[in-house]
Design a protein around this ligand. Sequence first.
Ligand code: FFO
Ligand code: ATP
Length: 190
Amino acid sequence: MEKSISALRTQLRTEIRKIRQNLTALEQAQAEQIVTQKALDLIRKRNAQHIALYLSFDGEISTKLLIEKLWAMGKKVYLPILHPFCKGHLLFLQYTKETVLIPNKFAISEPQLNVKNILPLEQLDIIFTPLVAFDKQGNRLGMGGGFYDRTLQDWQSKHFIPVGLAHQCQQVDSLPTESWDMPLFDILVG
Ligand SMILES: Nc1nc2c(c(=O)[nH]1)N(C=O)[C@@H](CNc1ccc(C(=O)N[C@@H](CCC(=O)O)C(=O)O)cc1)CN2
Ligand SMILES: Nc1ncnc2c1ncn2[C@@H]1O[C@H](COP(=O)(O)OP(=O)(O)OP(=O)(O)O)[C@@H](O)[C@H]1O
């Protein structure tokens, strides 16, 4: 019998996560340089001020350099936190040099919840998303929690654009998609 879409997605996640974790420090650093430049070009072109990023883990392309540059440019940076009671949803909180970070249940650092620091989704200009795999059509496969799927639902009718950041090794010919998957505006590859 053919494998279900869900089983194919799980298998692909496991395979690509392993490849991504095995990238060398040099490969990681080179990819970060390239993606940072591409992201800065896009931010300039769209005159974006409010930019959502993420703190990398599991071999994800690092966002450290980009965040430092955005701070230096006076741009506002936001990070996702797991919603405290709305399961499967994210909130975006401002991230500054002073922000206290605490590990969430996946051991990913996130800003401590403080309602004063929440930015409504409508006020973000660009949401840079992590991803596990992507294809040429702009489809995105994430870690499997559906967090970004929910956040990006119907993004075409909203102000922000979702842009994936990825290593070349995360590209596949064609992702097995589900009805709720939202193709991204663009994917910057390092
Ligand atoms: N850097 C980063 N931050 C992010 C995401 C991401 O993909 N990358 N997310 C994007 O959505 C959200 C977190 N989603 C995640 C979903 C699953 C696992 C994970 O490690 N799952 C384990 C099982 C963990 C468990 O249940 O204990 C696994 O699959 O091995 C991690 C993060 C929000 N923040
Ligand atoms: N827009 C949505 N509304 C309700 N449920 C959703 C939505 N999107 C995804 N889900 C649910 O979330 C679960 C995980 O989805 P999926 O496997 O596509 O996650 P993912 O894209 O890999 O993860 P993430 O977006 O967190 O990186 C699915 O079982 C699905 O039922």
